[in-house]
Write a protein that binds this ligand. Sequence first.
Ligand SMILES: [Zn+2]
Length: 384
Amino acid sequence: MKKIFCLIIILFVSGCLETPKGKLPSINQAEIDMEAERQKRVSYAKYIEQMSLVKSIGFKVNSSNADICNKTDFKSGLTFANENVMGLKIAKFFPTKINLGSRVSIIDIVKDSPADKAGLALGDVIIEVDDFIFPEGKNALKKISKHFKDVEEKQVKRIKVDRKGEILKFNVNQKKICNYPIIFTQDKIVNAYADGKSIIMTQGMVDYARDDNEIAMVIAHELAHNDRGHLDAKKKNTLIMGSIGFILDLMTIYYSGGTAGGDAQNTELWSKIGSQAYSVEFEKDADYGGVYYAYRAGYDISQVKNFWERIGSENPKQIAISSTHPATAERYLQIEKTVEEIKKKKIDGLALVPNEKEIKTENKKSETKKKKKFDLKKIIKVKD
Ligand SMILES: [Zn+2]
């Protein structure tokens, strides 16, 4: 009897809770659809804006360290794409200023970069670069990357564009910068990665960073992984076996010189990559080099320790960060000492370059060999 009584009470209570009383304004499906579209536009506009910020900080870090980077090339500071590479279904939601269509257009220009100085503009449709006529449509970016892969970058690039029907020609006097292009993905996870060739930054990471200095810090850290030869061939191979499809997608985008667009949501994979990529010793070395690279690019490094500490403590889920971007006392102390080392060098008028161990050259040689073995392009060919 008691049980039945309880049941009645529960039913009574839940009955009361079930229907809210408010008589809400009515909305129809067309209105819902319109609002959904508007939200998409807002979201993709934000993506383009953040990509622009990341590309500009990346260009600054890459160019300010060209004199000490092992891998440099001439770059113009522009990013191009078409609707296919950004995703046919979502292309219409991107800002009209980037002019996404079947033809390849300029979707970003770093301020004060060679492309900017030459007079190129956002939304310009690229017709021709150094006598190579740009293809359009589905595999346009793949074809472009295939063409330029084997062509040596020259300092001056001749670019012919279509600007709202007007055909214009530009000579871009490119700048030699560290050759680690920034790929900006739409993943919400707070992380960044280095794959030996490029620097991959998630939207989650940019959302998380409080200012340009923090973004620069992350880019500089990843630059250090790339340029200081941290790529561990063995681990890298394991990684590829597990994620070949994804890597292929990314490679297409990377070699195109374009951006990672589309609906890339590889959050789980990202954390897997993060946790496997580098050993703790390499992480410390990336911290060390990274602080130098960020400082050399003109960024404020006084908060670097606090920044990594915040990442470690506020993202307990990011095992990737706490294990391989180690949140340890030792790590933070080392970062602090690096900042002091740089300050002292500045006062003493010494060259602001990382101190290197004597054995470095030998290590580098063997790592270069390893790197050669790990060649994604070959893997792609085999797959084809
Ligand atoms: Zn790292």
